[in-house]
Ligand binder design. Structure first.
Ligand SMILES: Nc1ncnc2c1ncn2[C@@H]1O[C@H](COP(=O)(O)OP(=O)(O)O)[C@@H](O)[C@H]1O
Ligand SMILES: [Mg+2]
Length: 259
């Protein structure tokens, strides 16, 4: 039975391991995210941040460990060390609790903004066209792009594309939003508008896990900062505490490099 009490973690990853061939990319990563919490994940390139995020919504499968979303097991490992996933329909249902935003937006270029937003609700959730449009228009207004509804992505700036991508993820009404370096592909003058949209989401108590190089955002918006290095999640502590003293030499060296 799904457990709906608010003290069940929205995301619970335990000892998650993942290798690509001989490359051990996640070496036993554990992280728990509470309802309404914003956690920033920082760390050097290649440390496994994207892979970890992708394991949380089944864009990658894990080799061992456990992933639970709102108390429901997406992946678990039995005593013999075999990792199990539920049946496809169950996997899809659990993964629908999370929405993801990528560095490179991943909008459909041949669809207008509105068509990008209504496609998945109609096809995946069976939402009627009028209802999907109403939902999409409300979310476009929310991210400040109501007037772009009939434009094609190629006509938008990078910041506008990313705000559309956020609205598109929200159209599926997820309980959790996963962001993988949402501003890394943007010109510096365009990052602010995307971070502002994310900050508004955080203020509405959306549960968010955000891989980012934006230390200002991590410091001001995230409740906790997790530091990953070489496939390990080394520490996850309250943001103010982390920036005052990350507590680990590798995290300290990384911070010095970033700030
Ligand atoms: N699909 C894949 N196939 C093989 N290796 C991969 C794949 N995805 C990521 N990797 C490797 O896993 C490691 C971690 O990558 P990634 O999770 O993208 O790190 P980060 O997001 O922290 O930069 C890197 O060595 C990368 O080359
Ligand atoms: Mg990455």
């Amino acid at each position: 039975m799904p457990n709906t009490t608010s003290d069940v973690p929205m995301i619970e990853a335990r000892d998650v391991k993942k290798r690509f061939g001989h490359n051990e990319v996640l070496r036993g990563v554990s992280l728990s995210v509470a309802r309404g919490e914003v956690v920033a994940i920082i760390g050097p390139s290649g440390s496994g941040k994207s892979t970890f995020l992708r394991c949380l919504n089944h864009l990658e499968t894990i080799d061992s460990g456990q992933v639970a979303i709102e108390g429901e097991l997406l992946a678990s490992t039995d005593a013999a060390g075999h990792c199990r996933y539920p049946q496809d329909a169950e996997v899809r249902r659990i993964c629908a609790k999370t929405g993801m935003v990528f560095q490179h937006f991943n909008l459909f270029p041949h669809l207008t903004v509105l068509q990008n937003l209504i496609a998945a609700p109609m096809v995946v959730q069976g939402v009627a066209r009028d209802a999907a449009i109403a939902r999409a228009e409300a979310l476009l207004a929310k991210v400040g792009l109501a007037q772009k509804r009939d434009n094609y992505p190629a006509r938008l700036s990078g910041g506008q594309k990313q705000r559309v991508a956020i609205a598109r993820a929200l159209c599926m009404q997820p309980d959790i939003m996963l962001f993988d370096e949402p501003t890394s592909a943007l010109d510096p003058e365009l990052t602010g508008e995307v971070l502002r949209t994310m900050r508004e989401l955080a203020e509405e108590r959306m549960t968010m896990l955000v891989v980012t190089h934006e230390m200002g955002f991590a410091r001001e918006v995230a409740q906790r900062v997790a530091f990953m290095d070489q496939g390990e999640l080394i520490t996850a502590r309250p943001a103010a505490e982390f920036f005052a003293d990350p507590g680990h030499e590798r995290a300290r060296a990384f911070l010095q490099h970033m700030l």
